[in-house]
Design a protein around this ligand. Structure first.
Ligand SMILES: C[S@@+](CC[C@H](N)C(=O)[O-])C[C@H]1O[C@@H](n2cnc3c(N)ncnc32)[C@H](O)[C@@H]1O
Length: 192
């Protein structure tokens, strides 16, 4: 399981620090496993029960890595983190859930902590493909997948309104080339 380019990028920002990281929507856990191997303390959350059971069993020997089955849009407040990491997950939830997640991230970050987001935006090549979802602007079902494509400017404005400053924000290619394709994604590093 190769970690994503985004995980490498975020690890580079943390340098020698041993950070407390929470990953929202960890999927097969590849980025959380990578962060733990870099010496960070990682809480990895996903709603997929079977995957989390497998990951708990597979990685029970690693002390600084905890997997948990939960809905990341509905988390209770926790011990504050240095990093809230969300890769390819915010386009899986509706607008209200997105806002709740961004606000949770702000409350649950230490001062100077980082919210690290990679997500599909409206410059993404499959924007508007498939069937539009009723009463949900910019959301489509394509290939049996729900995706809501975030507006880059609105996301940046919302983060600033919540209280974040933006260390980095762009919607561009080269963030996540995959299988010979180089689609356009949003990448944001927001600081509390
Ligand atoms: C496209 S995968 C990305 C996985 C991983 N972040 C990566 O980049 O490899 C999206 C993941 O988010 C999870 N997810 C989506 N909505 C969620 C929610 N509300 N709560 C927890 N997990 C969620 C899905 O189960 C899935 O594993």
């Amino acid at each position: 399981m190769m970690p994503s380019l985004f995980a490498h990028y975020v690890a580079g920002l943390l340098k020698d620090k041993h950070a407390d990281i929470v990953e929202l929507g960890c999927g097969n856990g590849r980025d959380s496993v990578f962060f733990s191997k870099q010496g960070h303390n990682v809480d990895a959350i996903d709603q997929c029960y079977n995957e989390i059971c497998f990951l708990i069993n597979q990685y029970q020997h690693i002390d600084n890595l905890d997997f948990r089955c939960d809905d990341f849009t509905d988390l209770v407040d926790d011990e504050p983190y240095d990093v809230v990491y969300s890769r390819f997950t915010l386009h899986s939830v509706n607008k209200e859930q997105e806002t709740r997640t961004l606000e949770w991230a702000y409350r649950n970050l230490k001062k100077d902590g980082l919210l690290c987001i990679e997500v599909r935006g409206q410059k993404n090549e499959i924007y508007k493909m498939g069937e539009a979802v009723d009463n949900e602007p910019d959301a489509y079902i394509y290939d049996n997948h729900y995706r809501r494509f975030l507006n880059f400017d609105n996301l940046c404005d919302e983060l600033k309104k919540i209280g974040f400053s933006l260390d980095f924000a762009a919607e561009d290619k080269d963030f996540a080339p995959f299988n010979g394709q180089n689609e356009t994604y949003i990448r944001v590093i927001a600081r509390k």
